[in-house]
Design a protein around this ligand. Structure first.
Ligand code: F6R
Length: 599
């Protein structure tokens, strides 16, 4: 999704900003732009890649203050005109913005009646024009900025350069992330930590409705524009984590990092012969006894991790669990009271729908727990408790290691609740979970097998994934990975459901991927595969059973509660190699963004 970088300092802002934008490239974007203050405000913007923007930046464009943006289109097609920064009619203000200004049409009408013109289709353009309108009235940039913030509604992370305020960046945030970093050569501001991590480890996190004026120092304001003090926090992430480390793509690197990600995730939570415990987070027996239900709310892959959590919790804890997509949860009037526990899973911790769902659940009286990978992300400030997944940076848009870590956490949470409620020890399951990283490495090392099959499958147009129980949860995630990065249409079905409609689509040569990891239902899924085979389908099997099929990926045998952690790996690698064979950019699939900060 859109990325923002700003710099005020001693060095040439152009280089800093371009580097910052490149650090955010992984998030997905369709156009990019930059504004530099040097006597005048100069704006350069282009559709397409940052490298394209770089080619258009004149060599004489230098300055110590600037703002930059990568845009992922929401209002208006990807184009040079719709790219940020946007200017007002008098070129007094340049603005970059993440989020959506919900009342932009009303503001636009108002300003048009006052004689102002608009050239783009974006909601963002109302911001500089509104600033200009207030500036005409008050002749004071700060007053204009604060009046503008009072008027706009919606989500935003905004940076402003003002002609009348040299060496200054104005910043505002509401429901869209924004961090400010103190570097040795200046002050940096960005929508995401990785953009500026190579320059600073010292970060200020703006809260909703806060704003700031950055010069050679930072002045912070609360929502009533009173000056406030904030303390910075040290981030101990290493920039190395953001390199490809010799791999062709981030996605492949992150698939290979899954065993170590799971070790980091479970470190300190699960130890042999000790009860499971979480840092800074406890659930007691009395509370668990009072629980009527658990909700797990998330989007996309994180929601699929939630489904695995439901399987583990319902099997081990015997409390009903509902897994709901966040964008549905927030509008479906969920049945929630004090006896409801709500878990929210979000790799980025910035997904707009998931954050809105946390707020709703909290308001309705539930206890809320966020499970996220990103330190200090917005969700951590909304939920009652946070559990970090510690998967390390995930840069490829398609989630792999973050999914494994999410599954690790929800299963550990299920075991923790079961131990607390039942007073039992689940040593066998815990040992299996701790042994998983070495099994995962074995499955990953079979890379060539998946690659060979991918060569045969790269021209397919449709694919089906089927499974039962937890195997169906794996099918859903495997199917999502394939469509995201290879653009092949694929669907996942509970195996038994196939003959209730979808089997009509099975034709000679259609590939059907079956997942069979649960002894209890293995033969059932196998007979569903026979049904499609007899209609001409090609079968691919991911299984821990001794089954004879042409294309079988054998994975080690473990409990069905944990099987997703192993069974997803062949499906991730199959999707990866198919996309590579099609010559696609696996790290930045079309139309997708790494964090979805708009509804
Ligand atoms: C798929 C993928 C997405 C995300 C979803 C939620 O590979 O990455 O489906 O899982 O957009 O994102 P987070 O977890 O950041 O809330």
């Amino acid at each position: 999704m859109c990325g923002i970088v700003g710099y005020v300092g001693k060095n040439n802002a152009v280089l800093k900003l371009i580097k910052g934008l490149k650090n955010l490239e992984y998030r997905g974007y369709d156009s990019a732009g930059i504004a530099i203050y040097n006597k005048n405000i100069e704006v350069v913007k282009e559709k397409g890649r940052i490298s394209h923007l770089e080619e258009e930046i004149p060599a004489n464009l230098v300055g110590n203050v600037g703002i930059a943006h990568t845009r992922w289109a929401t209002h208006g097609v990807p184009s040079k005109i719709n790219a940020h920064p946007h200017l007002d009619n008098h070129k007094r203000f340049a603005v970059v913005h993440n989020g959506i200004i919900e009342n932009y049409l009303e503001i636009k009408n108002f300003l048009e009646q006052k004689g102002y013109n608009f050239i783009s289709d974006t909601d963002t353009e109302v911001i500089p024009v509104l600033l200009d309108y207030y500036y005409e009235l008050h002749h004071d940039v700060l007053i204009a900025f604060q009046k503008m913030l009072k008027k706009i509604k919606g989500s935003y992370a905004i940076l402003v350069l003002a002609f009348d305020l040299p060496n200054t960046i104005l910043v505002a945030k509401n429901h869209s992330p924004m961090v400010i970093g103190l570097g040795y050569d200046g002050i940096y501001v960005a929508s995401d930590i990785p953009a500026i991590l190579e320059y600073t480890k010292d970060f200020y996190f703006l809260d909703d409705e806060e704003s700031a004026v950055i010069t050679d120092k930072i002045v912070f304001y609360n929502k009533d524009f009173e000056k406030i003090k904030k303390t910075s926090k040290k981030i101990d992430w290493e920039m190395d984590e953001t390199s490809k480390n010799g791999y062709e793509d981030y996605m492949l690197k992150e698939i290979h990092e899954q065993p170590s990600a799971l070790i980091q995730t479970l470190n300190g939570i699960i130890c042999k012969d000790k009860p499971i415990s979480f840092v800074n987070f406890k659930i007691d027996k009395k509370y668990l006894e009072s629980l009527r239900q658990i909700y797990i709310v998330a989007c996309g892959t994180a929601m699929h991790a939630g489904l695995v959590g439901k399987y583990a919790m319902e099997n081990l804890v015997r409390i009903p669990v509902s897994v709901v997509v966040a964008s549905e949860f927030r509008y479906q009037n969920p049945i929630i009271d004090n006896n409801t526990l709500c878990l929210f899973i979000s790799q980025s911790g910035e997904t707009a729908d998931t954050i809105a769902a946390v707020k709703l659940a909290k308001k309705m009286g539930a206890r809320t727990i966020a499970i996220t990978n990103v330190f200090e992300s917005s969700i951590t400030r909304e939920a009652d408790d946070t559990i970090y997944t510690h998967a390390g940076f995930e840069i490829a848009v398609a989630s792999t290691k973050a999914y494994i870590s999410q599954v690790g956490i929800v299963v550990a949470l299920a075991l923790y609740m079961a131990e607390t409620l039942n007073g039992l020890k689940y040593e066998a399951l815990k040992t299996e979970l701790m042994d998983l990283p070495k099994f995962m490495s074995d499955v990953i090392s079979n890379e060539n097998v998946y690659h060979k099959l991918a060569l045969k499958m790269k021209d397919e147009e449709h694919l089906f994934y089927i499974g039962r129980g937890n195997d169906y949860n794996i099918a859903l995630e495997g199917s999502l990975k394939l469509k995201e990065i290879s653009y092949i249409h694929s669907e996942a079905y509970p195996a038994g459901e196939l003959k209730h409609g979808p089997i009509a689509l099975i034709d000679k040569g259609t590939y059907v991927v079956g997942i069979i990891t649960d002894d209890k239902i293995a033969l059932k899924t196998l007979s569903n595969l026979e049904e499609v085979k007899s209609r001409g389908a090609n079968i691919i099997l991911v299984t821990n059973q001794k089954l004879k099929e042409e294309n079988v990926f054998i994975i080690p045998k473990i409990s069905s509660i944990l099987s997703p952690i192993l069974a997803i790996i062949p499906l991730q690698l199959l999707a990866y190699f198919i996309a590579k064979e099609k010559g696609l950019d696996v790290d930045k699939p079309r139309n997708l963004a790494k964090s979805v900060t708009v509804e």
